[in-house]
Design a protein around this ligand. Sequence first.
Ligand code: GLN
Length: 478
Amino acid sequence: MKPQYSSLAEIQRELAAGTTSCRQLVAYYLDNIERRNDELNVFLEVWADEARQQAQAVDEKLAAGTAGKLAGMVIGLKDVLAYQGHSLQSSSRILDGFKSLFTGTAVGRLLAEDAIFIGRQNCDEFAMGGSNENSAFGPVRNAQDPSRVPGGSSGGSAVAVQADMCLASIGSDTGGSVRQPAAFCGVIGLKPTYSRISRYGLVAFASSFDQIGPITHSVSDAALLLEVMAGPDGLDSTASEAPVPAYSELLTPAPQYRIGYLANAVNRAGLQPEVHEALENTLETLRGHGHVVEAVDFPLLDEMIPTYYILTTAEASSNLSRFDGVKYGYRAPDATDLESLYKKTRAQGFGPEVQRRIMLGTFVLSASYYDAYYTKAQRVRRLIKEKTNELLRQYDFLVLPTTPTTAFKLGEKQDPVSMYLADIFTVQASLAGVPAISIPAGTDAAGMPIGLQILSGDFREADLLAFAGTLTEPVAAN
Ligand code: GLN
Protein backbone atom coordinates (compact mmCIF):
# COMPACT_ATOMS: atom_id res chain seq x y z
CA MET A 1 0.00 0.00 0.00
CA LYS A 2 2.36 2.67 -1.20
CA PRO A 3 1.17 6.22 -0.56
CA GLN A 4 1.47 8.79 -3.30
CA TYR A 5 3.50 11.02 -0.97
CA SER A 6 5.53 9.93 2.02
CA SER A 7 6.61 13.28 3.34
CA LEU A 8 5.79 16.94 3.24
CA ALA A 9 9.27 17.63 1.83
CA GLU A 10 8.29 15.67 -1.29
CA ILE A 11 5.03 17.60 -1.59
CA GLN A 12 6.68 20.96 -1.06
CA ARG A 13 9.16 20.22 -3.85
CA GLU A 14 6.23 19.61 -6.18
CA LEU A 15 4.42 22.69 -4.96
CA ALA A 16 7.53 24.76 -5.63
CA ALA A 17 7.91 23.22 -9.09
CA GLY A 18 4.25 23.90 -9.79
CA THR A 19 3.48 20.25 -10.55
CA THR A 20 0.79 20.09 -7.88
CA SER A 21 -1.29 22.48 -5.78
CA CYS A 22 -2.98 22.30 -2.40
CA ARG A 23 -6.31 22.09 -4.21
CA GLN A 24 -5.11 19.04 -6.15
CA LEU A 25 -3.77 17.43 -2.96
CA VAL A 26 -7.07 17.90 -1.16
CA ALA A 27 -8.95 16.49 -4.16
CA TYR A 28 -6.64 13.48 -4.14
CA TYR A 29 -7.15 12.72 -0.44
CA LEU A 30 -10.92 13.33 -0.66
CA ASP A 31 -11.02 10.84 -3.47
CA ASN A 32 -9.28 8.20 -1.38
CA ILE A 33 -11.65 8.89 1.51
CA GLU A 34 -14.62 8.57 -0.82
CA ARG A 35 -13.29 5.26 -2.08
CA ARG A 36 -12.70 3.47 1.22
CA ASN A 37 -14.29 5.32 4.12
CA ASP A 38 -17.54 3.31 4.12
CA GLU A 39 -15.62 0.08 4.42
CA LEU A 40 -12.91 1.19 6.88
CA ASN A 41 -15.02 3.61 9.01
CA VAL A 42 -12.12 6.00 9.54
CA PHE A 43 -13.65 9.48 9.29
CA LEU A 44 -16.69 10.38 11.39
CA GLU A 45 -16.92 13.62 9.51
CA VAL A 46 -15.20 14.83 6.35
CA TRP A 47 -14.73 18.59 6.11
CA ALA A 48 -14.61 18.56 2.32
CA ASP A 49 -15.74 22.12 1.58
CA GLU A 50 -13.66 23.66 4.32
CA ALA A 51 -10.58 21.70 3.24
CA ARG A 52 -11.07 22.92 -0.34
CA GLN A 53 -11.35 26.51 0.89
CA GLN A 54 -8.28 26.15 3.11
CA ALA A 55 -6.40 24.70 0.13
CA GLN A 56 -7.37 27.64 -2.03
CA ALA A 57 -6.19 30.05 0.67
CA VAL A 58 -2.84 28.23 1.12
CA ASP A 59 -2.30 28.16 -2.65
CA GLU A 60 -2.74 31.92 -2.67
CA LYS A 61 -0.28 32.31 0.20
CA LEU A 62 2.22 30.09 -1.62
CA ALA A 63 1.94 32.29 -4.69
CA ALA A 64 2.47 35.37 -2.52
CA GLY A 65 5.38 33.80 -0.65
CA THR A 66 3.67 34.07 2.73
CA ALA A 67 2.80 30.42 3.41
CA GLY A 68 3.63 28.70 6.74
CA LYS A 69 5.85 25.68 7.41
CA LEU A 70 3.06 23.16 6.93
CA ALA A 71 1.79 24.43 3.59
CA GLY A 72 0.69 21.36 1.63
CA MET A 73 0.15 19.14 4.64
CA VAL A 74 -3.31 17.57 4.75
CA ILE A 75 -4.12 16.36 8.26
CA GLY A 76 -6.87 14.41 10.00
CA LEU A 77 -7.76 14.98 13.66
CA LYS A 78 -8.63 12.27 16.17
CA ASP A 79 -12.05 12.88 17.72
CA VAL A 80 -10.54 14.04 21.02
CA LEU A 81 -9.13 17.38 19.81
CA ALA A 82 -11.06 20.61 20.13
CA TYR A 83 -11.45 22.64 16.94
CA GLN A 84 -13.82 25.57 17.34
CA GLY A 85 -17.23 25.17 15.75
CA HIS A 86 -16.61 21.50 14.90
CA SER A 87 -18.23 18.46 16.45
CA LEU A 88 -16.21 16.76 19.16
CA GLN A 89 -17.44 13.47 20.60
CA SER A 90 -14.55 11.28 21.74
CA SER A 91 -16.48 8.66 19.77
CA SER A 92 -19.06 8.62 22.57
CA ARG A 93 -22.83 8.96 22.66
CA ILE A 94 -22.52 11.13 25.74
CA LEU A 95 -21.20 13.97 23.60
CA ASP A 96 -23.96 13.70 20.97
CA GLY A 97 -24.48 17.07 19.41
CA PHE A 98 -21.55 18.74 21.18
CA LYS A 99 -19.44 21.26 19.26
CA SER A 100 -16.10 22.71 20.40
CA LEU A 101 -16.34 26.21 21.80
CA PHE A 102 -12.63 26.86 21.24
CA THR A 103 -9.60 25.54 19.38
CA GLY A 104 -6.96 23.66 21.38
CA THR A 105 -3.38 24.89 21.48
CA ALA A 106 -1.78 22.19 19.32
CA VAL A 107 -4.54 22.38 16.72
CA GLY A 108 -4.29 26.18 16.64
CA ARG A 109 -0.53 26.00 16.09
CA LEU A 110 -0.99 23.62 13.17
CA LEU A 111 -3.50 25.96 11.59
CA ALA A 112 -1.22 28.94 12.09
CA GLU A 113 1.41 27.12 9.99
CA ASP A 114 -1.14 26.46 7.23
CA ALA A 115 -1.98 22.82 7.78
CA ILE A 116 -5.19 21.80 6.02
CA PHE A 117 -7.67 19.80 8.12
CA ILE A 118 -9.67 17.20 6.23
CA GLY A 119 -11.84 15.63 8.94
CA ARG A 120 -12.52 14.09 12.31
CA GLN A 121 -11.33 10.55 12.93
CA ASN A 122 -12.97 7.62 14.70
CA CYS A 123 -11.30 6.24 17.86
CA ASP A 124 -12.05 4.14 20.92
CA GLU A 125 -14.56 5.88 23.19
CA PHE A 126 -12.68 8.43 25.32
CA ALA A 127 -9.46 6.90 23.96
CA MET A 128 -9.99 3.78 26.07
CA GLY A 129 -9.01 0.71 24.13
CA GLY A 130 -6.47 -0.98 21.96
CA SER A 131 -8.51 -2.13 18.97
CA ASN A 132 -10.96 0.63 18.09
CA GLU A 133 -13.82 -1.73 18.81
CA ASN A 134 -15.00 0.53 21.66
CA SER A 135 -16.27 3.37 19.47
CA ALA A 136 -19.94 4.33 19.65
CA PHE A 137 -19.66 4.69 15.86
CA GLY A 138 -18.54 1.13 15.21
CA PRO A 139 -15.07 -0.32 14.72
CA VAL A 140 -12.41 0.96 12.35
CA ARG A 141 -10.87 -1.67 10.09
CA ASN A 142 -7.24 -2.22 9.16
CA ALA A 143 -6.72 -1.24 5.51
CA GLN A 144 -4.21 -4.05 4.98
CA ASP A 145 -6.79 -6.68 6.00
CA PRO A 146 -10.25 -5.35 6.90
CA SER A 147 -11.03 -8.46 8.97
CA ARG A 148 -8.39 -7.20 11.42
CA VAL A 149 -8.33 -4.34 13.89
CA PRO A 150 -6.27 -1.21 13.29
CA GLY A 151 -5.26 -0.99 16.95
CA GLY A 152 -6.41 1.76 19.22
CA SER A 153 -7.31 4.06 20.51
CA SER A 154 -6.17 6.28 17.59
CA GLY A 155 -7.20 3.59 15.09
CA GLY A 156 -8.96 5.90 12.65
CA SER A 157 -5.94 8.19 12.66
CA ALA A 158 -3.53 5.36 11.85
CA VAL A 159 -5.68 3.87 9.09
CA ALA A 160 -6.18 7.31 7.53
CA VAL A 161 -2.41 7.55 7.02
CA GLN A 162 -2.05 3.88 6.07
CA ALA A 163 -4.80 4.13 3.41
CA ASP A 164 -3.50 7.49 2.11
CA MET A 165 -6.61 9.46 3.12
CA CYS A 166 -4.39 12.26 4.47
CA LEU A 167 -0.65 12.77 4.77
CA ALA A 168 -0.63 12.80 8.58
CA SER A 169 -2.94 12.44 11.57
CA ILE A 170 -2.89 13.89 15.04
CA GLY A 171 -3.74 11.35 17.74
CA SER A 172 -3.38 11.09 21.49
CA ASP A 173 -1.40 8.60 23.53
CA THR A 174 -2.11 7.74 27.17
CA GLY A 175 -0.69 4.22 27.25
CA GLY A 176 0.16 3.53 23.62
CA SER A 177 -2.71 4.92 21.60
CA VAL A 178 -0.52 6.57 18.97
CA ARG A 179 2.25 3.96 18.88
CA GLN A 180 0.22 0.73 18.91
CA PRO A 181 -2.14 1.58 16.01
CA ALA A 182 0.85 2.98 14.09
CA ALA A 183 2.55 -0.41 14.55
CA PHE A 184 -0.56 -2.33 13.43
CA CYS A 185 -0.88 -0.15 10.33
CA GLY A 186 2.76 0.07 9.21
CA VAL A 187 3.19 3.79 9.86
CA ILE A 188 5.14 5.95 12.32
CA GLY A 189 3.69 7.08 15.66
CA LEU A 190 5.40 9.41 18.12
CA LYS A 191 4.50 9.98 21.76
CA PRO A 192 6.51 12.98 22.95
CA THR A 193 7.80 13.50 26.49
CA TYR A 194 4.89 14.12 28.89
CA SER A 195 4.30 17.90 28.93
CA ARG A 196 6.10 18.60 25.64
CA ILE A 197 2.82 19.45 23.88
CA SER A 198 0.10 21.40 25.66
CA ARG A 199 -3.01 19.36 26.49
CA TYR A 200 -5.28 22.38 26.27
CA GLY A 201 -8.12 21.29 24.00
CA LEU A 202 -7.42 17.55 24.35
CA VAL A 203 -10.33 15.66 25.95
CA ALA A 204 -8.88 14.36 29.23
CA PHE A 205 -8.59 10.62 29.84
CA ALA A 206 -5.75 10.30 32.40
CA SER A 207 -4.21 13.73 32.75
CA SER A 208 -0.84 12.68 34.15
CA PHE A 209 -0.32 10.41 31.09
CA ASP A 210 -2.10 12.04 28.13
CA GLN A 211 0.02 13.39 25.28
CA ILE A 212 -0.85 14.48 21.78
CA GLY A 213 1.25 12.81 19.07
CA PRO A 214 1.61 12.69 15.27
CA ILE A 215 1.09 9.66 13.01
CA THR A 216 3.02 9.91 9.74
CA HIS A 217 4.80 8.03 6.96
CA SER A 218 8.14 9.72 7.63
CA VAL A 219 10.30 10.63 10.58
CA SER A 220 10.81 14.07 9.03
CA ASP A 221 7.06 14.79 9.17
CA ALA A 222 6.86 13.57 12.77
CA ALA A 223 9.71 15.96 13.62
CA LEU A 224 8.08 18.87 11.86
CA LEU A 225 4.67 18.32 13.46
CA LEU A 226 6.25 18.02 16.89
CA GLU A 227 8.19 21.21 16.32
CA VAL A 228 5.01 23.08 15.42
CA MET A 229 2.81 21.70 18.22
CA ALA A 230 5.30 21.68 21.13
CA GLY A 231 6.10 24.45 23.56
CA PRO A 232 5.00 26.35 26.62
CA ASP A 233 1.38 27.35 26.92
CA GLY A 234 -0.26 29.61 29.45
CA LEU A 235 -3.44 27.55 29.09
CA ASP A 236 -1.86 24.31 30.35
CA SER A 237 0.18 24.76 33.52
CA THR A 238 1.75 21.31 33.04
CA ALA A 239 3.13 22.18 29.58
CA SER A 240 6.91 22.31 29.75
CA GLU A 241 8.73 25.64 29.58
CA ALA A 242 11.71 23.96 27.91
CA PRO A 243 12.61 25.67 24.62
CA VAL A 244 11.56 23.77 21.51
CA PRO A 245 14.46 22.63 19.31
CA ALA A 246 14.06 22.78 15.53
CA TYR A 247 13.53 19.02 15.46
CA SER A 248 13.13 18.89 11.69
CA GLU A 249 16.63 20.32 11.22
CA LEU A 250 18.27 18.05 13.75
CA LEU A 251 17.83 14.72 12.01
CA THR A 252 21.53 13.86 11.63
CA PRO A 253 22.31 10.86 13.84
CA ALA A 254 25.48 10.43 15.89
CA PRO A 255 27.90 7.80 14.52
CA GLN A 256 27.58 5.59 17.59
CA TYR A 257 24.89 5.09 20.19
CA ARG A 258 24.54 2.90 23.25
CA ILE A 259 21.39 0.85 22.85
CA GLY A 260 19.74 -1.39 25.40
CA TYR A 261 17.03 -3.93 24.81
CA LEU A 262 14.87 -5.52 27.46
CA ALA A 263 15.89 -9.17 27.44
CA ASN A 264 13.14 -10.31 29.81
CA ALA A 265 10.54 -8.60 27.62
CA VAL A 266 11.82 -10.20 24.47
CA ASN A 267 11.97 -13.70 25.88
CA ARG A 268 8.43 -13.58 27.12
CA ALA A 269 5.83 -16.16 26.24
CA GLY A 270 3.15 -14.72 24.00
CA LEU A 271 5.52 -12.76 21.80
CA GLN A 272 4.76 -13.61 18.17
CA PRO A 273 7.91 -15.26 16.73
CA GLU A 274 7.99 -12.89 13.75
CA VAL A 275 7.94 -9.87 16.07
CA HIS A 276 10.84 -11.40 17.99
CA GLU A 277 12.69 -12.01 14.74
CA ALA A 278 12.13 -8.43 13.54
CA LEU A 279 13.63 -7.16 16.78
CA GLU A 280 16.63 -9.52 16.56
CA ASN A 281 17.25 -8.47 12.96
CA THR A 282 17.15 -4.82 13.90
CA LEU A 283 19.54 -5.35 16.79
CA GLU A 284 21.88 -7.20 14.41
CA THR A 285 21.72 -4.32 11.92
CA LEU A 286 22.49 -1.86 14.70
CA ARG A 287 25.53 -3.89 15.79
CA GLY A 288 26.57 -3.93 12.13
CA HIS A 289 26.36 -0.13 12.08
CA GLY A 290 28.85 -0.02 14.96
CA HIS A 291 26.44 0.79 17.80
CA VAL A 292 26.86 -0.77 21.22
CA VAL A 293 23.88 -3.09 21.76
CA GLU A 294 23.38 -4.72 25.16
CA ALA A 295 20.72 -6.79 26.90
CA VAL A 296 19.25 -5.31 30.06
CA ASP A 297 16.67 -6.61 32.50
CA PHE A 298 13.73 -4.58 33.65
CA PRO A 299 12.66 -6.00 37.00
CA LEU A 300 9.20 -4.39 37.11
CA LEU A 301 7.76 -5.75 33.88
CA ASP A 302 4.90 -7.62 35.54
CA GLU A 303 3.91 -4.59 37.60
CA MET A 304 3.51 -2.37 34.57
CA ILE A 305 -0.03 -3.28 33.42
CA PRO A 306 -1.66 -3.26 36.89
CA THR A 307 0.01 0.05 37.75
CA TYR A 308 -1.10 1.64 34.49
CA TYR A 309 -4.69 0.42 34.78
CA ILE A 310 -5.06 1.45 38.43
CA LEU A 311 -3.76 4.96 37.86
CA THR A 312 -5.44 5.66 34.53
CA THR A 313 -8.84 4.38 35.63
CA ALA A 314 -8.58 6.47 38.81
CA GLU A 315 -7.81 9.59 36.81
CA ALA A 316 -10.48 8.77 34.24
CA SER A 317 -13.18 8.30 36.89
CA SER A 318 -12.47 11.82 38.06
CA ASN A 319 -12.09 13.39 34.61
CA LEU A 320 -15.27 11.81 33.27
CA SER A 321 -17.42 12.95 36.19
CA ARG A 322 -18.10 16.15 34.26
CA PHE A 323 -20.33 14.30 31.78
CA ASP A 324 -23.54 14.42 33.75
CA GLY A 325 -26.25 15.39 31.29
CA VAL A 326 -26.22 19.00 32.47
CA LYS A 327 -23.20 20.61 30.86
CA TYR A 328 -22.42 18.68 27.70
CA GLY A 329 -23.98 16.78 24.83
CA TYR A 330 -26.39 13.96 25.59
CA ARG A 331 -29.14 14.19 28.22
CA ALA A 332 -31.36 11.18 29.04
CA PRO A 333 -34.91 12.07 27.96
CA ASP A 334 -36.63 9.97 30.62
CA ALA A 335 -35.13 11.42 33.82
CA THR A 336 -37.47 12.38 36.63
CA ASP A 337 -35.15 14.19 39.05
CA LEU A 338 -31.51 15.27 39.26
CA GLU A 339 -30.16 11.95 40.48
CA SER A 340 -31.98 9.96 37.84
CA LEU A 341 -30.76 12.49 35.24
CA TYR A 342 -27.14 11.72 36.21
CA LYS A 343 -27.67 7.98 36.38
CA LYS A 344 -29.65 7.58 33.20
CA THR A 345 -27.50 9.94 31.17
CA ARG A 346 -24.33 8.15 32.19
CA ALA A 347 -25.80 4.66 31.83
CA GLN A 348 -27.13 5.44 28.35
CA GLY A 349 -24.32 7.74 27.20
CA PHE A 350 -21.19 5.75 28.10
CA GLY A 351 -20.35 2.42 26.46
CA PRO A 352 -19.43 -0.71 28.45
CA GLU A 353 -15.63 -0.25 28.48
CA VAL A 354 -15.87 3.34 29.70
CA GLN A 355 -18.34 2.29 32.41
CA ARG A 356 -16.03 -0.54 33.46
CA ARG A 357 -13.12 1.88 33.83
CA ILE A 358 -15.14 4.48 35.72
CA MET A 359 -16.22 1.80 38.19
CA LEU A 360 -12.71 0.41 38.55
CA GLY A 361 -11.30 3.91 39.03
CA THR A 362 -13.95 4.84 41.56
CA PHE A 363 -13.22 1.64 43.44
CA VAL A 364 -9.45 2.18 43.65
CA LEU A 365 -10.04 5.74 44.87
CA SER A 366 -12.64 4.79 47.48
CA ALA A 367 -11.67 5.45 51.11
CA SER A 368 -11.24 1.81 52.11
CA TYR A 369 -9.09 0.84 49.15
CA TYR A 370 -7.20 4.06 48.37
CA ASP A 371 -3.96 3.03 50.08
CA ALA A 372 -4.07 -0.55 48.95
CA TYR A 373 -4.42 0.37 45.27
CA TYR A 374 -4.04 4.02 44.36
CA THR A 375 -1.24 5.00 46.76
CA LYS A 376 0.59 1.76 46.08
CA ALA A 377 0.32 2.19 42.32
CA GLN A 378 1.69 5.72 42.64
CA ARG A 379 4.70 4.30 44.46
CA VAL A 380 5.25 1.61 41.87
CA ARG A 381 4.95 4.22 39.14
CA ARG A 382 7.76 6.15 40.79
CA LEU A 383 9.93 3.04 40.85
CA ILE A 384 9.20 2.32 37.18
CA LYS A 385 10.04 5.90 36.36
CA GLU A 386 13.29 5.86 38.31
CA LYS A 387 14.41 2.55 36.88
CA THR A 388 13.53 3.60 33.33
CA ASN A 389 15.38 6.90 33.74
CA GLU A 390 18.38 5.09 35.16
CA LEU A 391 18.52 2.85 32.08
CA LEU A 392 18.13 5.87 29.83
CA ARG A 393 21.15 7.46 31.47
CA GLN A 394 23.21 4.34 30.77
CA TYR A 395 21.87 3.94 27.24
CA ASP A 396 20.88 6.50 24.64
CA PHE A 397 17.91 4.38 23.63
CA LEU A 398 15.91 1.36 24.65
CA VAL A 399 14.59 -0.74 21.80
CA LEU A 400 11.63 -3.08 22.21
CA PRO A 401 8.66 -4.33 20.23
CA THR A 402 5.67 -1.97 20.11
CA THR A 403 3.23 -4.85 20.50
CA PRO A 404 3.49 -8.57 21.32
CA THR A 405 1.65 -9.52 18.12
CA THR A 406 0.60 -7.95 14.85
CA ALA A 407 -2.99 -6.80 14.32
CA PHE A 408 -5.51 -9.37 15.54
CA LYS A 409 -8.95 -10.13 14.13
CA LEU A 410 -12.00 -8.06 14.99
CA GLY A 411 -13.83 -9.72 17.88
CA GLU A 412 -10.84 -11.91 18.74
CA LYS A 413 -10.14 -10.44 22.18
CA GLN A 414 -13.41 -10.66 24.10
CA ASP A 415 -11.86 -10.65 27.55
CA PRO A 416 -10.93 -7.10 28.65
CA VAL A 417 -7.90 -8.35 30.58
CA SER A 418 -6.39 -9.99 27.50
CA MET A 419 -6.86 -6.68 25.69
CA TYR A 420 -5.12 -4.83 28.55
CA LEU A 421 -2.21 -7.27 28.57
CA ALA A 422 -1.47 -6.45 24.93
CA ASP A 423 -0.34 -2.99 26.16
CA ILE A 424 2.65 -4.52 27.94
CA PHE A 425 5.31 -2.79 25.81
CA THR A 426 3.74 0.64 25.39
CA VAL A 427 2.82 1.56 28.96
CA GLN A 428 6.40 1.82 30.23
CA ALA A 429 7.10 5.07 28.35
CA SER A 430 3.71 6.38 29.52
CA LEU A 431 4.30 5.54 33.18
CA ALA A 432 7.79 7.04 33.00
CA GLY A 433 6.70 10.04 30.90
CA VAL A 434 9.58 9.55 28.45
CA PRO A 435 9.26 9.92 24.67
CA ALA A 436 8.78 6.87 22.46
CA ILE A 437 8.34 6.26 18.77
CA SER A 438 7.00 3.27 16.86
CA ILE A 439 8.49 2.61 13.44
CA PRO A 440 7.63 -0.02 10.83
CA ALA A 441 9.87 -3.09 10.86
CA GLY A 442 8.63 -5.39 8.12
CA THR A 443 5.62 -7.68 8.00
CA ASP A 444 4.64 -11.12 9.27
CA ALA A 445 3.73 -14.13 7.14
CA ALA A 446 0.17 -12.83 6.75
CA GLY A 447 1.53 -9.54 5.42
CA MET A 448 0.59 -7.60 8.55
CA PRO A 449 2.92 -4.80 9.64
CA ILE A 450 5.28 -5.21 12.60
CA GLY A 451 6.26 -2.20 14.72
CA LEU A 452 9.39 -1.57 16.76
CA GLN A 453 9.56 0.94 19.54
CA ILE A 454 12.40 3.18 20.62
CA LEU A 455 12.48 5.06 23.95
CA SER A 456 14.81 7.89 24.88
CA GLY A 457 15.38 10.08 27.91
CA ASP A 458 13.08 13.02 28.69
CA PHE A 459 13.14 15.79 26.08
CA ARG A 460 15.58 13.92 23.86
CA GLU A 461 13.14 13.82 20.92
CA ALA A 462 15.74 15.28 18.56
CA ASP A 463 18.08 12.32 19.17
CA LEU A 464 15.18 9.88 19.16
CA LEU A 465 13.97 11.11 15.78
CA ALA A 466 17.47 11.23 14.28
CA PHE A 467 18.08 7.65 15.37
CA ALA A 468 14.63 6.46 14.23
CA GLY A 469 15.41 7.97 10.82
CA THR A 470 18.32 5.55 10.38
CA LEU A 471 15.93 2.61 10.80
CA THR A 472 13.21 3.69 8.41
CA GLU A 473 12.96 3.58 4.63
CA PRO A 474 15.15 6.03 2.71
CA VAL A 475 12.05 7.99 1.64
CA ALA A 476 11.64 8.97 5.27
CA ALA A 477 14.91 10.86 5.21
CA ASN A 478 13.55 13.33 2.66
N1 GLN B 1 -4.78 0.67 25.16
C1 GLN B 1 -4.53 1.55 26.26
C2 GLN B 1 -5.79 1.71 27.07
O1 GLN B 1 -6.76 1.14 26.71
C3 GLN B 1 -4.02 2.87 25.78
C4 GLN B 1 -5.05 3.89 25.52
C5 GLN B 1 -4.49 5.24 25.17
O2 GLN B 1 -3.28 5.42 25.05
N2 GLN B 1 -5.37 6.21 25.06
O3 GLN B 1 -5.81 2.38 28.05
